[in-house]
Design a protein around this ligand. Structure first.
Ligand SMILES: [Zn+2]
Length: 180
């Protein structure tokens, strides 16, 4: 059986046992989580999230880049279409992790990575690519400095340790910006 057949069968089990048509497009915890695409760091799994609790965006390293910023800028329109303003009470959680594949990208394809992150090659060298704790703090500073993002978010930065499975709250929650 190929993997598409496998997941089709698993979907049949999901439909009969767990599917709920009552989930809302607005995440029940009003949380947007940004993480890495690494399958070892699936936020649904390692953070014990339940269906519908959080909207999750995953890219290489969970690093801020222009595409991610564009997505975040569009989210208030998505929320508004669902009848909610993205004011206070929303969380933006940034989840980076140890042993991230972005370190390999940095070593093997730095020009591609710089283009992906929307920075110059020399700026890339100051982005703490090899240090997830510094990287998550840098990204949060960059989110806070971007006036185009919804101001009401509480933003926090976590690092997941691949070797232990534990998360560390590196940047505790704070307002993205003070104006609303
Ligand atoms: Zn990663």
């Amino acid at each position: 059986m190929d993997f598409i057949e496998t997941i089709t069968q698993r979907n049949d089990a999901f439909v009969s046992a767990r599917h709920s048509a009552s989930l809302k497009i607005i995440p029940s915890t009003k949380t947007i989580l940004i993480g890495c695409l690494d399958p070892r760091v699936d936020p649904m799994d390692v953070l014990g999230l339940k269906p519908g609790e959080a909207a999750i965006i995953r890219n290489i390293g969970g690093r801020m880049n222009p595409a991610l910023v564009e997505t975040l800028i569009l989210l208030p329109a998505v929320a508004k279409a669902a009848g909610q303003e993205m004011g206070l009470g929303w969380n933006l959680v940034i989840l980076h992790h140890t042993d991230c594949g972005i370190i390999g990208c940095y070593k093997l394809a730095p020009d591609l990575l710089a283009a992906h992150l929307g920075v110059t090659r020399s700026e890339l060298d100051s982005m703490a690519i090899t240090d997830p704790r510094k990287a998550v703090a840098m990204d949060i500073a960059a989110y806070k400095a971007n006036p185009a993002l919804p101001a009401g978010f509480m933003i926090s930065g976590l690092v997941y340790d691949i070797s232990t499975g534990k998360i560390e709250v590196v940047v505790p929650p704070s307002r993205l910006r003070l104006e609303s």
